[in-house]
Design a protein around this ligand. Structure first.
Ligand code: THU
Length: 162
């Protein structure tokens, strides 16, 4: 007898930035600003990420492309790597992500790629704290509390270091 396991993902949907808290709006604005400095001459898809540390410090990142495509880096990964190297032991509490093609931000909320989800998962495992993930789209904003709601059945350190 096969058992079906149903996984529930909880995503809060907001119609626009006005509905967000002041802190969430601030973080989103920083992500929007960061997207303007993306280096995306190949895809023209400019991604901005802004993350907040538990100290209140905000770190931003954007995608950095390369003529050898796999050598590029995503916005989220850039921001997380900067935070880890400049603020050792830092705890990420939230991250806002947005993307635009040319001048237009995406209609639907942009969602981190698989590798970036895994990178955020590692940060949660390392700090023991859930990360609030704010995904911006012109038609709405998603807020996701904890990577488990974006990456179910994730591979985590508890498997290799039980
Ligand atoms: N990209 C990001 O920066 N973050 C993601 O989560 C998805 C994709 C970038 C990589 C590449 O520079 C461009 O978007 C198009 O894939």
């Amino acid at each position: 007898m096969v058992k079906k396991k149903i996984i529930e993902l909880i995503i809060e949907e907001y119609p626009g930035p006005e509905e967000l808290s002041k802190e969430e709006q601030l973080l989103l604005n920083e992500a929007i600003k960061a997207s303007k400095h993306a280096y995306a001459p190949y895809s023209h898809f400019s991604v901005g990420a802004a993350l907040m540390l538990d100290t209140g410090e905000i770190i931003t990142g954007n995608n950095r492309e390369n003529a050898s495509f796999p050598a590029g880096a995503c916005a989220e990964h850039t921001a997380v790597a900067y935070a880890g190297s400049q603020y050792p032991g830092s705890v990420i509490t939230s991250i806002a992500i947005c993307a635009r093609k040319g001048k237009d931000f995406t209609d639907i909320p942009v969602s981190p790629c698989g590798i970036c989800r895994q990178v955020l998962s590692e940060e949660e495992d390392r700090s023991g704290k859930k990360i609030k993930i704010i995904l911006y789209g012109k038609s709405g904003i998603y807020i996701i509390n904890g990577i488990e709601n974006l990456l179910p059945l994730r591979f985590s350190s508890s498997v290799i270091c039980p």
